[in-house]
Design a protein around this ligand. Sequence first.
Ligand SMILES: Nc1nc2c(ncn2[C@@H]2O[C@H](COP(=O)(O)OP(=O)(O)OP(=O)(O)O)[C@@H](O)[C@H]2O)c(=O)[nH]1
Length: 225
Amino acid sequence: MAEMESSLELSSSFSASSSLPPPRSRIFKIIVIGDSGVGKTCLTFRFCSGRFPSKTEATIGVDFREKIVEIDGEQIKIQLWDTAGQERFRKSMVQHYYRNVHAVVFVYDVTSLSSFQSLPTWIEECRQHSLGNEVPRIIVGNKCDMRDCVKVGTDVAQKFADVHGMPVFETSAKNPNDNDHVEAIFMTLAHKLKSQKPLMLSQLSGGDSTVQLKPEQKPAGVCWC
Ligand SMILES: Nc1nc2c(ncn2[C@@H]2O[C@H](COP(=O)(O)OP(=O)(O)OP(=O)(O)O)[C@@H](O)[C@H]2O)c(=O)[nH]1
């Protein structure tokens, strides 16, 4: 779902840094996909703004949010493409947002078995757009704060992830205590991308907050093999 305050959020962060000379930075384009309502907007918002959005609406087509981070002394612009989960809001846009993608985040809701069972369909859609094993991909189980309603166990998710050769993370966009964890998930992906290959250079038009991932913030037990 789209976050109601996102435009305001972006414009205010750009104007705040408009006096700075624009640095050059690599861009990592990461698409976030999964069923409607799993929390894609909230996760991307949590990473880019550090908070949970107060109100959301179903994403139509695609929204994107950005954050500039620093990895090994280099500024990198992480561009998160928050895609519509509802089929009727996706149709005309699909071709566009799969273009030039560097990494994929598949999201399911740990309280919704059907959202987990949809993952193979999303993985297949990506594969059809040439986003298979060669592209860094991760699975994220969201809404872990709803402990009493969990329908997808960690072991089941881990087995599925192993079969598909991806790391899996469980987190909550809502729980403020998981703020660092959400950040660490996306930063782990960014580290992976940075170590992988040179990506396109781009002139930045402005900046959001800059963060440096501390070693202790990296999620434990992440396997990229
Ligand atoms: N409890 C809880 N609720 C969440 C969490 N993340 C999102 N939600 C709620 O789930 C609902 C859907 O969240 P969105 O982020 O809009 O979902 P989406 O995947 O972007 O949905 P589409 O745009 O339709 O594809 C909203 O009511 C959010 O408040 C979470 O971590 N915990």
